[in-house]
Design a protein around this ligand. Sequence first.
Ligand code: NAD
Length: 294
Amino acid sequence: MEIRSIGVLGAGQMGGGIAQVAAAAGYDVVLADASLEFAQKGRAKIDAILGKQVDKGKMQADARTALVERIKPAAGPADFSSCDLVVEAATENVELKTKLFRACDEAMKPGAILASNTSSISLTKLAGATKRPERVIGMHFMNPPPLMKLVEIVRAVQTSDETYAAVRAAAEKMGKTCTVSNDAPGFLVNRILIPMLCEACFALQEGVGTAEDIDTGAKLGLNHPMGPLELSDLIGLDTVLAIADVLHRDIGDDKYRAPTLLRNLVAAGWLGKKNGRGFYVYDASGAKTVAKKS
Ligand code: NAD
């Protein structure tokens, strides 16, 4: 089946980025969140990001207008009835995603595909909550979606070959390179990444070194473009913790346990760059100001 219109559920940092890359590839996009107001804010953020591209001479003003006009804000899953593909990108929580999958399944036309951008939650379980299990798949974009080249496609046990082929073609039309993984906690990328991010947090918690030295060590010693603590702040500490808890619970090995410091930062509401404070403190422009003491 050919995909022409795409719904995105969740207009946060990932959903907004996915809507942007889908619209840039020429798809008509319906962008929904928990309310129309949240979806409108998501679209306004995309417009502001593209405005900076125009100011820098990297994008034509009319291309920006055309791209943003292809994105229609919506109040929720009920507005996905015309979409060929919906990518769910709401908060990483299995109960929420199950509820949203049922609502999308109800609203979507027969034959349309329901994908999740989940970082760790079982696609097989989400597929089982719908009446279209063979049309459910993982479409794991990386952060930020407009810049990162990879889409990790995750096949649920029930995913059909036709669904996989259609989603892969859509990801490639968005300029992405795909990897494929079977449905296992954290899939491939987060199975590798999250234990490293947690280990950096354990090192900080134990006083082995400062946040700056941990991040500088990874950047200059391992050739990573970002240190693990600043990357955790970019991802969102709530998301890192949610993924770590899925890995720990579903694999059942204590090596995946989350550090107390990470749990405490999330409990304090310090979620990272998205709300101004995590391992580091950020100013209104998103620039890092000071390191938080452990
Ligand atoms: P975020 O906190 O920036 O955005 C989550 C969005 O979900 C918010 O806009 C929120 O309003 C919305 N939401 C909450 N409840 C909702 C509901 N009932 N109906 C509709 N929308 C609702 O989080 P994010 O970083 O964009 O993460 C979203 C998803 O993408 C998660 O599954 C996460 O694991 C995954 N992901 C995140 C990253 C990352 O680096 N942050 C990378 C890859 C995948």
